[in-house]
Design a protein around this ligand. Sequence first.
Ligand code: NDP
Ligand code: NDP
Length: 319
Amino acid sequence: MSDTHRLPRLFGTTYPVVQAGMIWCSGWRLAAAVSKAGGLGIIGSGSMYPEVLLEHIRKYKAATDRPFAVNVPMLYPDVEAHMETILAEGVPIIFTSAGNPTTWTPKLKAAGRTVVHVVSSVKFAERAEAAGVDAVVAEGFEAGGHNGREETTTMVLIPMVRKAVSIPVIAAGGIADGKAMLAAMALGADGVQIGSRFVCAEESSAHNAFKQHVVEAREGATVLTLKELAPVRLMRNPFFDQVQRAYADCASVDRLKEVLGRARAKRGMFEGDLEEGELEIGQVSGAIDRIQPAAEILEEVMAEYRSGLDRLRTLPRYD
Ligand code: NDP
Ligand code: NDP
């Protein structure tokens, strides 16, 4: 806690800001743009076949020599193949998520890599620290995509995780500007992870129709659903209405799986089918109002952080 620079030092970045690994949205282009601007760019490998991940790592390395990470959701069907690529290609930082950190952390640490695990509860933060990770991302209920079952909000989660572990804590969920970043740091975080706002970066590989839809979204546009399968926050749309109808009919888990079908996320986020696709995004989409270059997003976030810090200094102390 006393060392406020430990996250940039751990990652070799200028700022304690991480761009989330997001299926269908964060390929090499977005990761490179964020890293070049001083944050940590992440390639989200959950939607990539092994040869696609290799292509993205190589394209990233050709674009910049700044540090970067690959996010591997542990429920990905082909984790071994991804880890082989990651080890062979010298990826310096690995973010693991949606699964058990004890499986891969020792092997990655033995290979000299920095490992971060994404958690949504105090219990899993403690387990991740015990598994030997270098930092945790503590992600609250507001976040888009895969989410915790406990519904703990970022505001509640961060102070509890801060108290429970001594490794750096990266706050995530509901953070899209510098004021929220400052708030997360006031709660004890060492830095932040930003997802939804980077979906709307020009360099994001999300379909333009999806980006535009996020820009137009207002408060209340997203909902957490499908807890019986894997809880996910997505936008209300005709596909979500089908899910709701299934719930109204007291659908079994198998029926819910049938309604979900396959490759819905790709259809919505990558192919731009706003009706039939699954549109994963955070609550904070309601506050995002334009598509802009990733570097500009990062500059704005840091400028807001600095002006917010100045404003805090003017608040009364109530001594
Ligand atoms: P490239 O510069 O190689 O060009 C974009 C490629 O994406 C084109 O080959 C295009 O295929 C393909 N593409 C565009 N829209 C779609 C779509 N709706 N469905 C399927 N394919 C589409 O891209 P990158 O260097 O950015 O990416 C390299 C590879 O990684 C590409 O194959 C890309 O599809 C994939 N990718 C995967 C991501 C993921 O999360 N899985 C994220 C980003 C990219 P065509 O010319 O035939 O239309
Ligand atoms: P589905 O089972 O509905 O479909 C699989 C999708 O993943 C397809 O679009 C497929 O592409 C693509 N894919 C990439 N690599 C593989 C592979 N080795 N085997 C099979 N399919 C592959 O899954 P979802 O779209 O719901 O989720 C895909 C992955 O993304 C999951 O593995 C999960 O780990 C991850 N995920 C992570 C989230 C997060 O927040 N971190 C949120 C949601 C999912 P194609 O259509 O071209 O065959």
